[in-house]
Design a binder for this molecule. Structure first.
Ligand SMILES: Nc1ncnc2c1ncn2[C@@H]1O[C@H](COP(=O)(O)OP(=O)(O)O)[C@@H](O)[C@H]1O
Ligand SMILES: Nc1ccn([C@@H]2O[C@H](COP(=O)(O)O)[C@@H](O)[C@H]2O)c(=O)n1
Length: 287
């Protein structure tokens, strides 16, 4: 029941024990499905809303977690023959360390990665500051249970393979210094088989599947609304906020009966969420 308790903590004081760190969202999907674009849209929407504009939201990309290659592997990579879509291509220790820092709301550093050199850029890092919401995106974001278990919400960006390949050709020729021949060889020899073996089966872990990626504004709006609800609940529970309710009665803003009687729900969307919260409240109290 942790997933229900922690997401709508206004109903349940146990929430404080369930999630102390940031709200962590895993975002998986095939290459060029639109994972980064979806994350960008979510971040923009949170920053644009006056009620959440001061919340800290950050994206950590598994693209920066590729491990260093040995000389033979580098040679293969230069020819487009190294399998960057296999779990072994990633630095799991680094990933684990960064997730630990992020969960504990500690500042951390993610190495910058150069796709032209197939290597980390020596001495260059992206700083990740302690955040309220952390998006973790990558083709294998759901693959490792130890990574997956950190997520409070899991999104799978589901874009058809033709569209993804077309986008990858455009992107990798323009931004990653690849020839068309190398891209197509890599795609058929490693990218596609690894997608089918490691990425696609992980779709079953998703809470929300987003067809068409960043074009799916309805799905993104719903996800953003859900994040805003979590941020609002966190604010209510924060001991530093003057309106924190501690062990007292439930705050009116989170009383499901008040919400479902529509006093606080001006829009249909809000009403939908209050109904959803009420259902979760009933499940919670019945356990
Ligand atoms: N909805 C879209 N329409 C057109 N191009 C898109 C769309 N979403 C992403 N792209 C382009 O496709 C490429 C891959 O998108 P990106 O969001 O980086 O995917 P991923 O993070 O899954 O690799 C980028 O060049 C991006 O500009
Ligand atoms: N040196 C590298 C490292 C990775 N790739 C490819 O990147 C893809 C993952 O990134 P997306 O933004 O597309 O999700 C993955 O499919 C790798 O094949 C690469 O080509 N070279």
């Amino acid at each position: 029941m942790a997933a229900i308790h922690h997401r709508h903590g206004g109903f349940c004081r146990e929430l404080k024990k369930v999630r102390k760190g940031p709200f962590i969202i895993g975002v998986a999907g095939g290459t060029a499905s639109g994972k980064s674009s979806v994350c960008q849209k979510i971040i923009e929407a949170i920053h644009q809303d006056p009620s959440t504009k001061d919340s800290k939201i950050v994206c950590v990309s598994l693209d920066n977690m590729y491990r260093d290659l040995g000389p033979d592997e580098s040679e293969k990579a230069a020819q487009g023959k190294f399998n960057f879509d296999h779990p072994d291509a990633f630095d799991l220790n680094l990933l684990t360390k960064i997730m630990k820092d992020v969960k504990e709301k500690k500042s951390t550093q993610v190495p910058k990665y150069d796709y032209r050199l197939n290597a980390r850029i020596s001495g260059e890092f992206v700083a990740i500051e302690p955040s309220d919401v952390v998006l973790v995106e990558g083709i294998l974001a759901f693959y490792w249970p130890e990574l997956r278990d950190n997520y409070d919400m899991k999104l799978f960006v589901d874009t058809d393979a033709d569209t993804r390949l077309a986008r990858r050709v455009r992107r990798d020729t323009a931004e990653r210094g690849r020839s068309l021949d190398t891209i197509l060889n890599q795609y058929t020899s490693t990218v596609k088989p690894a997608f089918e073996e490691f990425c696609l089966p992980s779709k079953k872990f998703a809470d929300v599947i987003i067809p068409r990626g960043a074009d799916n504004t309805v799905a993104i709006d719903l996800i953003v609304q859900s994040i805003k609800d979590v941020l609002a609940a966190d604010q209510q529970l924060s001991p530093t906020k003057p309106n924190a309710h501690g062990d007292g009665p439930l705050p009116p803003a989170f009383d499901p009966l008040v919400d479902s009687s529509n006093k606080r729900c001006q829009t249909q969307k809000q009403y939908f969420y209050s109904e959803l919260f009420y259902c979760e409240y009933l499940i919670t109290v019945s356990l």
